[in-house]
Design a binder for this molecule. Structure first.
Ligand code: SF4
Length: 366
């Protein structure tokens, strides 16, 4: 569980399992909800209130985000990785040919993304402290800042000083998945590499917030452990960050993990219904926080969730370094994409649903 959580796993489980329909109704009726409301709204008892939760979530979404949907694209710049995460095909034990893009290749990829009309970029790299050093990532940031309004990172955890330098180089946000808050399972799934150290990972957003990063993205991998316990930790982690990094915005993602080519099978698959319940609960309890829905999900589900709760979605994603312009088709992707629509197709679906596309939503000058 999240280390600062004051309840044991058994206590959290009991609170979730014993939530009654009345408790769910009470949590839904409140104007301002707290942590215990989150436990009620992710409980099995909440499942029969899905229609009411959709309504409450949509109201919260409209109050804070109106009809706007922001779009971004991930730019994978390296799949070289020194870790041995058992659920990922980038892991060091897999004998795939690795690719780390040069500055010039990154520029070509970025230009291809710009040409699609994207203005917000998430730079993604496997964990390789030599090829993907802070110095190199700063160079990338300074170059891309000339082209994009908003840059964020999904990279190996850094020390606070590293995050400060990255912020100064032009990055405004950090996304980092804890993978699992279950410390024993975490050790089992991360047998080799620097990622073995749970504590260094779990305090990454705190260090990034202290260093100035304005968006702090967080998630666990859905499928590794029981989702309700993981969601209880995610909620506690978010509240902790809101208290300690109050100048930054917390942003949730809910990535479902799938089977990998290397043979990994998720032990606790999460159904569409469970995922929807969890996303609605987080929107209702954390109405001001950002919420992303990625191309791991299929178009119908994404289009529906972006109306009910999510405010940010990726479009036309490629998860192979070089996938936008250099066409390195033979490389391995990190996970399966389920929405292959172009940016224009994603935008037209958003508009068809009565929402507005926001390409640029950030300007550091302001
Ligand atoms: S999940 Fe990340 S750190 Fe782990 S093997 Fe994959 S790319 Fe490396």
């Amino acid at each position: 569980m999240f280390p600062e959580l004051r309840f044991t796993e058994a206590e959290i489980r009991k609170m979730i399992d014993s939530a009654t329909p009345e408790a769910v109704v009470n949590s839904l009726a409140k104007e301002k909800r707290n942590y215990f409301d989150l436990l009620n709204l992710i409980s099995p008892a909440a499942m029969r209130f899905l229609p009411q939760m959709r309504e409450a979530s949509q109201k919260c979404r409209r109050r804070y985000y109106g009809k706007t949907v922001t779009i971004y694209a991930p730019l994978y710049i390296s799949n070289s990785c020194v870790n041995g995460c058992k659920y990922c095909d980038f892991n060091i034990r897999h004998k795939y040919e690795r690719k780390s893009l040069t500055l010039d290749e990154i520029r070509q990829e970025a230009d291809a993304i710009l040409a699609m009309g994207i203005d917000s970029l998430l730079i993604v790299a496997g964990e390789d402290p030599v090829r993907m050093s802070v110095d190199f990532l700063c160079e990338v940031g300074r170059m891309l800042k000339e082209k994009f309004s908003y840059l964020s990172l999904e990279i190996a955890p850094q020390e606070e000083e590293g995050y400060r330098r990255l912020f100064e180089a032009g990055y405004e946000g950090l996304t980092l998945f804890q993978e699992t808050y279950n410390q024993e399972l975490y050790r089992e799934l991360h047998p080799v590499g620097p990622k073995r150290v749970y504590d260094f990972r779990v305090w990454s957003q705190l260090r990034a917030g202290r260093a100035g990063m304005r968006n702090l993205g967080m998630a666990f991998l859905l499928g590794l452990d029981e989702w309700r316990l993981e969601a209880a930790s995610l909620g506690a982690h978010a509240i902790y960050l809101q208290k300690h990094c109050f100048e930054s915005k917390v942003q949730f993602a809910f990535p479902r993990i799938t089977a990998t080519e290397g043979g990994f099978q998720p032990a606790h698959p999460v159904s569409d219904e469970d995922l929807e319940l969890m996303m609605l609960a987080f929107r209702i309890v954390f109405p001001e926080c950002g919420m992303t829905i990625s191309t791991r999900e299929c178009p119908d589900f994404r289009d529906r969730m972006v109306q009910l709760c999510a405010d940010n979605m990726s479009a036309a994603s490629r998860v192979t370094p070089g996938g936008y312009a250099l066409l390195a088709d033979e490389d391995v992707g990190q996970f399966t994409l389920n929405d292959s629509r172009s940016v224009a197709e994603v935008e037209s679906a958003i508009r068809r649903n009565g929402q507005e596309v926001v390409r640029k939503y950030w300007d550091r000058a302001l």
